[in-house]
Ligand binder design. Sequence first.
Ligand SMILES: NC(=O)c1ccc[n+]([C@@H]2O[C@H](COP(=O)([O-])OP(=O)(O)OC[C@H]3O[C@@H](n4cnc5c(N)ncnc54)[C@H](OP(=O)(O)O)[C@@H]3O)[C@@H](O)[C@H]2O)c1
Length: 217
Amino acid sequence: MSIDGYLDAATDERLLLSNEADLDRVDAVRAECDAILVGAQTVRRDNPRLLVRSQERRDARVARGMLPSPLKVTVTSRAWLDPQAQFFAAGDIEKLVYCASDAVGEAQERLGKVATVVDGGQPVDVCEVTTDLYRRGVARLMVEGGGTMHTQFLTADLADELHLVVAPFFVGDSRACRFVGDGRFPWHPGRRATLAEVRQIGDVVLLRYALSERFCA
Ligand SMILES: NC(=O)c1ccc[n+]([C@@H]2O[C@H](COP(=O)([O-])OP(=O)(O)OC[C@H]3O[C@@H](n4cnc5c(N)ncnc54)[C@H](OP(=O)(O)O)[C@@H]3O)[C@@H](O)[C@H]2O)c1
């Protein structure tokens, strides 16, 4: 996020917050996960590939009996997703779409050939999503945004750790998406989160918070 807590600009231009070294760190974290989840708006706006970039890391996963990249997961209530988006087109790995019940038919029709559509309830409950993912063999899930997803996973107390990277500039436009929206978070002045690590990575800083007993230092 920016110094003032934004994940993106309000304009159509893509905002680059991380630097190369941090993107490589993110790649290393991705390589240790079983699945990566982003909200549908991130699929539409950023068109991310969500694959492990480093060949060495992909090879290491395969040597451990895993697929080269983690499973890709998204959540939608409207199913307005393009089957040609990189989320679906990139990587020969399973893609899961948790869709609100009343749009499952539409999602199936539009995305059934490129993804597994799962009825996620009305609305989709992220607790249920994690339970279903666990049943499918996902022990470690990386949530990569956007703000709506962060808010739901954090307020539902589902996150074991938070990696917050601060880029050295301001966005200064409240039309842009913030790191989180409003909500009742389990960490507040009466219950402070544990700051587990602070690491400078070039011109950005990584703040790593331990949020649950399952956090591994
Ligand atoms: N800086 C970063 O690291 C980073 C990372 C990721 C994203 N971003 C930025 O974040 C912004 C997007 O964030 P965002 O908060 O607007 O959107 P988002 O979290 O990416 O996606 C929100 C969408 O996900 C679906 N959704 C979320 N919760 C749902 C639920 N409980 N049930 C059903 N559907 C649900 C809805 O999709 P439908 O509208 O399809 O129903 C909703 O519109 C973009 O600007 C992107 O560039 C930045």
